[in-house]
Write a protein that binds this ligand. Structure first.
Ligand code: BG6
Length: 476
């Protein structure tokens, strides 16, 4: 079984996790620049600003800003057809609310895209990946403020114009649905710049911020298509497949209700209006949000061309959650332990079949092309003799690719590509560690920025090279 010739095989990155150079080229501070590292199962602290003598992983990250040419050469050697990157808003507008962009920042991405072009690697560009300008948080309250819609529009218009002949595939906001997970306060902060000390009783602020993001994304789609009708502009959600624990009917109702919350964002961004179940949810939970005069029209006119999503884990739900929670990752994975699945060292369930389920569900619901833009295994690698024998990563990816192939070839899902997380080792978003590695290329740097930053090919590098060369036919 294999994928078609034009299938986009590749790997993904995010600016704040790879670039470093946090103050170079006129860049402003982003919210990720003030996040420290935490322990493997902890939650990163959210301070007001930079503290003396503290190590901040994003400040140097893996130094991609200075080493992107070397890295892209390695991606090309693997045969990448695409590379997902994100633009740091703070390189283009350091505070986020300026009228004129920072030319040095624009130039950096010009050079990056030119380098990709040299190897015929298609850039897949996320406009906002957890690195909102910090200034917008401190002076406007992040996405809870409607003004951010305009700032985002100016930013999008600027980069769409500048790169209109260099980039075709765009992604608006990374994992936009993460904002709904209000058990996980770090996600509130990185998704919308909302600083909360505890889970809010009233969810208005969350849904208002999300509404602003919906409107901003819809506007971006419209502006982008006006600038270049060939643009393909997608939404991006974190997708968890969900199972009922038993055939007790209530378990299925709980599963369906959880799925609805998961589909809320894609429903709005693909269909252009709020679904009826959400109106009920707002009523029941006394949630009130303010709509702008033209918001309805904007949402309608700004539906996406495709759906991109990350897939890491699945979730099992029960009418009786009891105590059988997966403690290691309970903020991310709700519900009960699934006895059929193994978990990663970070407590994330490993479920390749869940990816086939996700692809089928999303395609059935929307009939829009899908793009897996994140999927991978975070693991501790043992670097020895200049390489890593990462058979566990190969196994993980092999199984997930196989399930994607079944979804395409057996089930008829329209899948544009698969861009794994991550192309090369980068800083972990949830913990700030380097120890949680996902890449095909090992980067010699530890959790505190010590190391040579040299790159080494892992065993999975050669494996993925073969997979791409055979269009996914040879997975062994
Ligand atoms: C996704 C994010 O949620 O998961 C990435 O879009 C992130 O930025 C990835 O890195 C894996 O999570 P983590 O915490 O293991 O890096």
């Amino acid at each position: 079984m294999k994928m078609s010739k034009d299938f986009l095989w590749g790997g993904s990155l995010a600016a704040h996790q790879c670039e470093g150079a946090y103050k170079e080229g006129g860049k402003g501070l982003s919210i990720s620049d003030i996040l420290q590292k935490c322990d493997s199962h902890g939650e990163r602290d959210i301070f007001q600003g930079l503290q003396e003598g503290v190590y901040y992983p994003s400040h140097k990250a893996i130094d991609f800003y200075h080493r992107y040419k070397e890295d892209i050469q390695l991606f090309a050697e693997m045969g990448f057809k695409c590379l997902r990157v994100s633009i740091a808003w703070t390189r283009i507008f350091p505070h986020g609310d300026e009228e004129e962009p920072n030319e040095e920042g624009l130039l950096f991405y010009d050079q990056l895209f030119d380098e990709l072009k040299k190897y015929n690697i298609e850039p897949i560009v996320t406009l906002l990946h957890n690195d909102l300008p910090l200034y917008l948080v401190e002076h406007y309250g992040g996405w809870s403020n409607r003004k951010l819609i305009d700032f985002f529009e100016t930013y999008c218009r600027t980069v769409f114009m500048r790169y209109r002949n260099k980039v075709k595939y765009w992604i608006t906001i990374n994992e936009i649905n993460n904002l709904l997970n209000d058990d996980y306060l770090l996600l509130m902060f990185v998704s919308a710049g909302i600083r909360l000390a505890e889970k809010p009783d009233n969810k208005d602020i969350i849904y208002q911020a999300l509404h602003h993001q919906f409107v901003a994304c819809a506007k971006a789609v419209k502006v982008g298509h006006d600038i270049n009708p060939d643009f393909q502009i997608g939404c991006m959600v974190a997708h968890l497949s969900i199972y009922p624990e038993t055939c007790y009917p209530e378990d299925t109702i709980i599963m369906e209700n959880d799925y609805k919350m998961e589909y809320f964002c894609t429903d709005v961004q693909c269909r252009g209006y709020y679904p009826s179940y959400m109106k009920k949810y707002f009523e029941k939970n006394n949630i009130h949000i303010i709509w702008g005069k033209n918001d309805q029209q904007i949402l309608k006119e700004g539906t996406v061309d495709y759906i991109s999503f990350s897939y890491y884990v699945s979730n099992t739900v029960s009418h009786d959650p009891g105590e059988r929670k997966n403690k290691a990752a309970e903020k991310l994975i709700k519900g009960v332990v699934n006895p059929y699945l193994q978990i990663s060292e970070w407590g994330w369930t490993i479920d390749p079949v869940g990816l086939r389920v996700a692809l089928n569900r999303l395609y059935d619901r929307y009939q829009k092309p899908l793009f897996i833009v994140e999927c991978g295994l975070g693991a501790r690698d043992h670097f020895e003799n200049g390489t890593v024998e990462d058979d566990y990563r190969i196994h993980f990816l092999k199984e997930h690719i196989y399930q994607s192939e079944l979804a395409v070839n057996e089930d008829g899902v329209d899948l544009i590509g698969l861009s794994t997380w991550s192309a090369i080792d980068i800083v972990s978003a949830s913990t700030g560690e380097m120890a949680k590695r996902y890449g095909f290329i090992y980067v010699d740097v530890d959790d505190y920025g010590c190391g040579t930053y040299q790159r080494y090919k892992k065993k999975s590098f050669y494996w993925y090279q073969r997979v791409i060369a055979t269009q996914g036919e040879e997975l062994e």
